[in-house]
Design a protein around this ligand. Sequence first.
Ligand code: ADP
Ligand code: ADP
Length: 238
Amino acid sequence: GSRVEIRDLSAFYGSHLAVTGVNLIVEPTEVTALIGPSGCGKSTVLRCVNGMHLNTPTGRVQGQVLIDDINILGKGVDPVLVRRNVGMVFQRPNPFPTMSIYDNVVAGLRLGRRGRRTSEYDDIVEVSLTRAGLWPEVKDRLKAAGSSLSGGQQQRLCIARALAVEPRVLLMDEPCSALDPISTLVIEDLIAELKASYTIIIVTHNMQQAARVSDTTAFLTVPGLGQAGALVEIGPTS
Ligand code: ADP
Ligand code: ADP
């Protein structure tokens, strides 16, 4: 994993200040839970850590996000480099539905890992699916469509797709909120395993989940209607 440091971050959509006053250090091999009410800016903070916010038409930022001491919000930073180092998993499992399981896993590779030969893909697929807890479960179904899997399996496929590019940081935006309780526990166990290798930030609405999976909890709040969210408290998850 990489050390992630967010310094005095504010993020705007056009002139709308969405979130401000975010200072956060995430050490490698730690899980940080980002908690707070709807609209306080949790997703926006994640999108700043993977550089996506600056790719949205009106997105603007102040402050810094350092990944291994490089400010990825600075001028001249290659967005492809950022995406190679920061994997992202979304609330709704979003495998490419008509693409095979195999092709889903390697979908990010052209973008993410320059110079990997297609002859290496078999190994990458097995390793990534193993890390995501889907191997050998789907070993005999690699040609089946991504959409043929259950919701929980689809989310693990999305995790495999994110891991295939060998990121150092893994961002998860409410990865379990569309899943049933059993699949949720499977993903939580997976997070506990992945944390040895990746720096993980997880957005969750669920305090019990934060307690189960995270080392550090960061609370964001919104002071009033239409006002910017801000980080109010950080501490060890108790
Ligand atoms: P959360 O993830 O905590 O629910 P978001 O990061 O989605 O919060 O949203 C933070 C604020 O930014 C909200 O006020 C929301 O309305 C606003 N916002 C989010 N996305 C956009 C967008 N694409 N354009 C304009 N405003 C947005
Ligand atoms: P899409 O963005 O339409 O899902 P991509 O081919 O761009 O498809 O994404 C391939 C992989 O990259 C997926 O694992 C996806 O979660 C991840 N990804 C997509 N956008 C970003 C981003 N801005 N930052 C980091 N990872 C991303």
